[in-house]
Write a new protein. Structure first.
Length: 100
């Protein structure tokens, strides 16, 4: 896989911003990407040492309406990337590409 197609965008929530202070970065990734792909991408693009990678699959959520059941949120995959002690990424959005 190409580096541009692995990382889709950074996840910006209160929890993810709190984790960034501890050196854990949260990004949305391609569903076919593996932990090894995410590790290599971070080490190549940002020049940091990755300690570990956790992958979370977010399930689809539904909503009931008059006309039937509709999808409220689509399936996605997130990665929590823990960097080595003292390593930081100044601008996470610098190399984040949006894949369509």
């Amino acid at each position: 896989m190409h580096f541009a197609s692995i990382i889709k965008k950074p996840v910006v929530t209160e929890k993810s911003q709190r984790l960034e202070l501890a050196g854990v970065y949260t990004v949305a990734i391609s569903p076919s990407a593996t932990k090894i792909d995410v590790r290599k991408t971070f080490e190549t693009l940002y020049g940091v040492k990755v300690e570990k990678v956790n992958i979370i699959k977010v399930r689809e959520k539904f909503r009931n309406t008059k006309t039937g059941i509709h999808a409220k949120r689509k399936e996605s995959v997130k990665a929590l990337v823990t960097l080595a002690d003292g390593a930081r990424i100044a601008d996470l959005q610098k190399f984040a590409y949006k894949v369509k």
